[in-house]
Design a protein around this ligand. Structure first.
Ligand SMILES: Nc1ncnc2c1ncn2[C@@H]1O[C@H](COP(=O)(O)OP(=O)(O)OP(=O)(O)O)[C@@H](O)[C@H]1O
Ligand SMILES: [Mg+2]
Length: 210
């Protein structure tokens, strides 16, 4: 493995962490190859990812419901605390965060997720976006957001139950990259590929509208 090549690519320092973790377990900031290897050697059997370190001055956690309904929340990672602060993001930054979160959910096919953005100099970087079983604990997310989450999640589930419309979980890379109609990906069951083709037109329309 070309460890220095990996560090050259993401930059130094870098963050080594599980590709899908929680509670800061096995999250390491590393400055060089020696620190990277020492950290990596503590992480068996987890699948790890190496990320660019973002020197953030703002931090946002987004609750997401049904891929496109995004609620960005001011979060203090040092205190590990959600804050109710509706003026935290400028309208421009808020719109960018929402749009990027929608794109990520559409690419992943996630209907329920928490997406975390570290913001450096007004630019949001998605640093943790694989949280399909998010933290919805009342004491952690504040009473205000707990009410919203219960309401929105309940509406989503009831809508799915009443309308019986299966969501399309398969990534539609061709559409997202603007290079043609979705063709499915290797491993998708045949029924899912068929559903995906028929869902292609509405998805393209909604992408143009966003
Ligand atoms: N790429 C990065 N650049 C800068 N800081 C980072 C980066 N990735 C993670 N961190 C820091 O480490 C913390 C934990 O990272 P992350 O959210 O990926 O782990 P986690 O185990 O999911 O933690 P949590 O359960 O608190 O969300 C972040 O809140 C942030 O402070
Ligand atoms: Mg996280």
């Amino acid at each position: 493995m070309d460890w220095d090549g990996l560090l050259d690519y993401v930059g130094r320092p870098a963050i080594l962490k599980p590709f899908s973790g929680g509670g800061w377990k096995h999250v390491y900031k590393v400055n060089d190859k020696e620190e990277l290897l020492a950290a990596y050697d503590k992480t068996s059997p987890y699948c790890m990812t190496l990320q660019e370190f973002i020197d953030f001055n703002q931090y946002v956690r987004c609750f997401t419901f049904g891929k496109t309904d995004i609620v960005p929340v001011h979060y203090d990672p040092k205190e590990r605390k959600y804050l109710v602060d509706h003026q935290y993001l400028t309208p421009e930054l808020g719109a960018r965060v929402v749009k990027d979160a929608q794109t990520i959910n559409q690419a992943l096919g996630y209907e329920m997720n928490t997406i975390e953005f570290a913001v450096n100099d007004g630019v949001p970087y998605a640093i943790d976006f694989l949280n399909p079983a998010p933290d919805f604990e009342r004491d952690r997310i504040t009473e205000f957001y707990f009410e919203q989450v219960v309401e929105k999640m309940a509406r989503l589930v009831i809508d799915r139950a009443l309308n019986g419309k299966a969501s399309n979980p398969w990534p539609r890379w061709e559409e997202m990259l603007g290079i043609g109609a979705a063709a499915g990906f290797t491993g998708a069951p045949k029924s899912a590929s068929a559903g995906q083709r028929s869902a292609a037109a509405p998805a393209a329309r909604s992408a143009q509208g966003s």
